[in-house]
Design a protein around this ligand. Structure first.
Ligand SMILES: [Zn+2]
Length: 487
């Protein structure tokens, strides 16, 4: 059941409104936006028509909802690696012994379905109105399943979240041998079956819920795919005309594998496979060299920039500003817990200034706000998203500024004050899916207890897929000496 949409025009006001005109955002102090049905019908002052209701949000920004191209959709295991590495010794590369025993699903189908609903609610909670879900495959038997994406489509529909869905598939993975060396394992038929299942999923679900649910193809990561899988995936994306997302240029391990197997950089390999197109979305594109970026740009693909997850691992794109200057298309992704796009923008600005090393000249607040809104929408070829102008979709995030110090500029205030938890009200497709911090169809405190119990369960099973199978206490270090009551 999709949440109801109020009938008749709704007029929204606040201290600040971020409208859009002639390809640029603009700031309307005490402006008005009127939505009707699924669309924005007016942005400006002194709306001349009748409205069915008015809502005033006070000291707040009415902004276009965020477009999240790598939207966290599971209980994020990367936070377990925050102080625990290397990855190959901490359960993030399958040991040979685990592959031989037969990898298995560490969550039940019911748990996976719950996690989609939980994660989608968290995205809305953070003002994300368009999401392309991403999850880890480390704790999976192999790829994502059609069944869980059927559940994901239902969850998106029930919550009213705009999504592009497709189960992730792959034809390979990494293995860590007993001596600590890392190799690769491939099972191409399994990858091709995953692609076939994903194509069937796209055909069944594209346009569901009045267009709220769209589809995509999601080959997992470049180093986990065989050439045939990538070639066929790109051809299928062209035929279906859906986005195709592939993690690429994310790590030095990935670069080494692709170089060893294909004697090219990841972008060179993608170019030679005819993978690149205006449908291609590439998280994270951080480890690039030579002509890599020019190849991505000339291929028409968009980079998905995820500053928070990268920075937690000591990484940064070098740099967001130089990528933009060369004409690279860029959108943002959250990709980690919390799925907080405001935090991602704030950190992105700071990291970009650090790596540019020319003070505040390195980049500006609006550069990141653009990436989180119109950048993502343009990457999806959706001129009706990421901007508030007449005719655009009524996808809106209201961010409260009443509990922060405000600068004279609301976008600069966003970069220096609030967090995702300050999003109070969200409209998607003209429906008010969250108001005053509450999603009517979602019991947040019960859901968190359930999510934590599931997460604790998967942590308890980490020894099974960690090299040498050490106990949990050895996989995850302590910050300080730990005491516990006996018995
Ligand atoms: Zn990612």
């Amino acid at each position: 059941m999709i949440p109801p949409r109020e009938s008749g025009p709704t007029l929204l006001t606040a201290r600040w409104l971020i409208g859009h005109d002639k390809g640029r955002h603009q700031i309307l102090e005490r402006g008005q936006i009127v939505i009707d049905g699924d669309r924005v019908v007016f942005v400006g002052y002194d709306f001349p028509g009748e409205v069915a209701r008015r809502m005033d949000f006070g000291e707040a920004v009415i902004a276009p909802g965020f477009v999240d191209l790598d939207a966290l959709s599971d209980l994020d295991t990367t936070i377990l690696g925050f102080d625990n590495g290397p990855a190959a010794k901490k359960g993030r590369v399958w040991p040979r012994s685990y592959i031989e025993r037969g990898p298995y699903e560490m969550y039940s189908a019911e748990e996976l379905a719950f996690q989609k609903r939980f994660a989608f609610a968290q995205l809305i909670r953070n003002g994300i109105t368009t999401a392309l879900p991403i999850a880890s495959l480390f704790y999976r038997e192999w790829g994502e399943t059609v069944a869980e994406f059927e559940a994901a489509a239902s969850a998106a529909e029930a919550l009213g979240l705009r999504v592009y869905l497709g189960p992730a598939f792959r034809s390979g993975g990494q293995v860590v041998e007993a001596d600590g060396s890392i190799g690769t394992v491939f099972d191409e038929p399994r990858g091709l079956q995953g692609l076939d299942d994903a194509i069937a999923f796209c055909r069944r679900h594209e346009g569901r819920a009045g267009g709220l649910v769209r589809t995509m193809l999601a080959p997992d990561r470049i180093e986990t795919c065989t050439p045939e899988l990538l070639r066929r995936s790109a051809a299928a994306a062209a035929e279906l005309d859906v986005p195709i997302r592939l993690h690429c240029c994310q790590s030095t391990t990935e670069l080494a594998i692709v170089r060893r197997l294909h004697e090219r950089t990841p972008p060179e390999w993608l170019r030679d496979l005819d993978f690149l197109s205006e449908r291609a979305l590439l998280p994270h594109a951080a480890h690039v060299s030579g002509d890599d970026l020019a190849i991505i740009r000339d291929g028409g693909a968009a980079v998905v920039h995820c500053p928070l997850v990268a920075a937690r691992h000591g990484g940064a794109v070098r740099s967001f500003t130089s990528y933009k200057a060369m004409g690279q298309r860029i959108g943002l992704g959250t990709d980690t817990w919390p799925p907080d796009m405001i935090l991602n923008m704030q950190l992105g600005v700071m990291l970009c200034r650090v790596v540019e090393d020319r003070g505040i000249e390195g980049c500006r607040s609006e550069d990141y706000f653009d990436a989180a809104t119109i950048g993502g929408a343009d990457a999806l070829r959706r001129p009706d998203l990421g901007r508030l102008e007449p005719g655009a979709k009524a996808d809106i995030a209201v961010i409260d500024l009443s509990r922060t110090l405000q600068t004279p500029d609301p976008i600069q205030s966003l970069m220096t004050g609030p967090t995702g938890r300050d999003v109070t009200t969200v409209f998607i497709d003209g429906r008010m899916v969250m108001h005053e911090g509450r999603i009517p169809v979602f019991d947040e405190s019960r859901a968190f207890a359930r999510a934590q119990a599931q997460f604790d369960g998967v942590i308890a099973r980490y020894p099974e897929r960690t090299l040498g199978h050490p106990p949990v206490e050895q996989i995850f270090s302590s910050s300080y000496p730990r005491l516990a009551r006996d018995g």
